[in-house]
Design a protein around this ligand. Structure first.
Ligand code: IMP
Ligand code: MG
Length: 176
């Protein structure tokens, strides 16, 4: 099976939007410190670009979850593969994600993180596919709302490929 990728959101547009979100977060958290929690691996490109553009003090932590399922669908069963290194107690947490699709991963994760006693928890996602939502998730900062298409790049993969693309692309599968 061959596949092609075409550009959905250009590198320039992604960078511009991340700057805007960085400015907004810096404003919203003026006088505070933010603790960015990145969901690996998809969120890591967005996290780095976003963190560089936040002007209030920032600390970072990482976790990895796997949602048992196929390459293009998540099953809703979430397993923690790598937990955070630091406690969240009294921190102003922002979860940084690549994409909210069905919402299953995030709703599970947010509930779990809220139980750890942070001062606040917000969600920041580069992409949102609201048409696919199965579980309600409150998104505080969204980069782009996109249609129901399978996207890659800027951390997002198709079978572990294309994470390094500096733009958001759509994969087209030519079944032969
Ligand atoms: P959920 O369906 O909201 O639980 O999304 C779970 C995960 O599926 C996301 O964090 C992504 O890692 C992955 N995912 C969902 N949609 C896409 C896509 O269009 N491209 C690549 N990965 C995706
Ligand atoms: Mg993800």
């Amino acid at each position: 099976m061959a596949e092609k990728v075409h550009v959905l959101i250009s590198e320039e547009d992604v960078d511009k939007r991340i700057q805007e979100i960085g400015d907004q977060i810096s404003k919203d958290y003026a006088g505070k410190q933010v603790h960015l929690v990145c969901v690996l691996k998809g969120g890591v490109f967005f996290l780095c670009e976003l963190a560089k553009r936040i002007t209030v003090p920032v600390s970072l932590d990482f976790m990895s979850v796997s949602s048992y399922g196929s390459e293009t669908k998540s099953s809703g069963v979430v397993r923690i593969v790598k937990d955070l290194d630091e406690p969240l107690k009294d921190k102003e947490v922002i979860v940084v994600e690549d994409i909210v699709d069905s919402g299953r991963t995030l709703s599970y994760l947010l509930e779990m993180l809220k139980d750890r006693g942070p001062k606040s928890v917000k969600l920041c996602t580069l992409l949102d596919k609201p048409e696919r939502r199965v579980v309600d998730v409150n998104v505080d900062y969204t980069g782009f709302t996109i249609p129901d298409e399978f996207v890659v790049g800027y951390g997002l993969d198709y079978a572990q490929k294309y994470r390094n693309l500096p733009y958001i692309g759509v994969v087209e599968l030519d079944e032969e």
